[in-house]
Write a protein that binds this ligand. Structure first.
Ligand code: TYD
Ligand code: MG
Length: 418
């Protein structure tokens, strides 16, 4: 009888699901989010944690994943909510040491030292938290499978179980994911498809700054970033990244040029530092860590052809202080200006920011959301922006310097100091 009932219910549920609804009639669900305790981290999440969602936080060992999540867990529990932090990597005493360092003293924050995914779920069902942290998915294990933790089959099985648990109980689950040498999260690619949000910790563990970037977000904008500083008492939020990244800049140094890049919805001022030096080996070296090597090669080739003959035989080093990774073409022109500034040993005008993409024949091209970038530069105290001519054309503002080609850009940027 019971079986019959279940069968009927199953049948009616199935029938309902196959009835398509017009798009305009789709019900709009209002997401009730809760804060991670960090304003900036909330912004990257799209406005806080969403109950029932699964977040994957990837990063190299030692970058600060456990530190950030433990602090966030503490802040969430301070608001009266229950939080379960599980670790399959560290012993109770190791976690206790970190929690002491971070000043954790909330009775609503629970710890479970286990690798077993079923134990984790049982513990969560018992204490009914709103947030469960699993540190890490590579050490999680489902004992019904014969394979070892960290294998694709185990990672897939554990992630699927935790996902089902999250959806069924409306609990937010955060999975910590280790990255491999290429920067990808270890395990099957499917893991990133399964979860709702994928965040990456950028930056070296030796750097002062750590950057979290949203790679995928079903509940918010992607490529949103937030910046933290690693200090003795854990990670501190950086509320004004532009100021932070420019704080150690000396505008008198040749080879330094400021640009504005776009991270998600946020424009951030960054410094591009270049050093052009005689090459002592046969093939000149081009070294850059935070920028895309191919784009830098393109910029160097365009410069050698149009502006700085002889540059192709020199070593060139480019970096973005602060460890902020930039892959957008909008910083091409700033790289070009910084390189020529170092090559000729003339500093860039100190009131100037440079924004634009470079074409193969040396033309300066438009970048997305120029207005927002320029605004951020002026907010930071710069008084002139070197921008593509097409953008400056319609505007009669004196503080916009429109340029058509890389030669023109270099001439303007270095002219005040000639
Ligand atoms: P951790 O969170 O253990 O990294 P992950 O979980 O990503 O492997 O962070 C480890 C590093 O952070 C470690 O090198 C020490 C440093 N750290 C601080 O500088 N200050 C602190 O308050 C804490 C807790 C860690
Ligand atoms: Mg850790």
């Amino acid at each position: 009888m019971i079986q019959e009932d279940t069968g009927k219910r199953e049948e009616s549920r199935r029938r309902k699901e196959v009835d398509p609804i017009p798009f305009i009639e789709l019900p709009e669900s209002v997401l009730s989010r809760f804060s991670s305790g960090f304003e900036e981290f909330d912004r990257v999440l799209g406005g806080g944690f969403v109950p029932g969602s699964v977040v994957l936080l990837g990063g190299e060992p030692g970058v600060g994943k456990s530190t950030l999540l433990l602090k966030s867990a503490d802040l969430v529990s301070a608001s009266g909510k229950r939080v379960l932090y599980t670790s399959g990597e560290e012993s109770q005493s190791q976690v206790a040491l970190r929690s002491k360092r971070l000043g954790v003293k909330n009775p609503n924050l629970f710890f479970l030292g286990s690798q077993n995914v079923n134990d984790i779920i049982d513990a969560a069902l018992k204490i009914k938290p709103c947030l469960v942290i699993v540190d890490s998915i590579q050490t999680a294990e489902d004992e019904s499978l014969p394979s070892l933790p960290g294998t694709p089959a185990q990672i897939r099985a554990c992630a699927t179980k935790l996902l089902e648990f999250a959806k069924e109980n409306d609990v937010t689950v955060v999975l910590v994911g280790h990255t491999v040498k290429t920067g990808d999260i270890a395990g099957p690619r499917l893991l990133e498809h399964l979860v709702d949000t994928v965040l990456y910790f950028e930056g070296e563990k030796t750097n002062l700054h750590r950057i979290i970037r949203a790679q995928k977000n079903r509940f918010g904008p992607t490529y949103e970033v937030c910046v933290f500083r690693m200090e003795d008492e854990g990670l501190q939020e950086v509320k004004n990244p532009s100021q932070e990244f420019l704080s150690e800049r000396n505008p008198e140094n040749p080879g330094s040029c400021v640009s504005v890049c776009l991270s998600g919805t946020q424009p951030i001022c960054i410094e591009v530092e270049a050093l052009v030096a005689p090459s002592v080996y046969g093939a000149p070296r081009r070294i850059c860590t935070e920028l895309d090597q191919n784009r830098v090669s393109l910029v160097l080739a365009v410069l050698a052809r149009n502006v700085a003959a002889g540059l192709e035989t020199k070593d060139a080093f480019l970096k973005i202080p602060g460890g902020f990774k930039v892959s957008e073409p909008a910083v091409d022109l700033a790289c070009a200006v910084a390189l020529v500034s170092s090559y000729r040993q003339i500093p860039v005008a100190d009131d100037l920011v440079v924004i634009g993409e470079l074409g193969l024949s040396g033309e300066v091209r438009m970048a997305p959301r120029l207005e927002d970038r320029v605004k951020e530069a002026f907010r930071m105290g710069f008084s002139r922006a070197l921008v593509p001519e097409r953008f400056a054309r319609g505007e009669s503002r004196k503080n916009l310097v429109g340029v058509r080609t890389v030669e023109e850009a270099v001439r303007h940027a270095l002219s005040n100091r000639d």
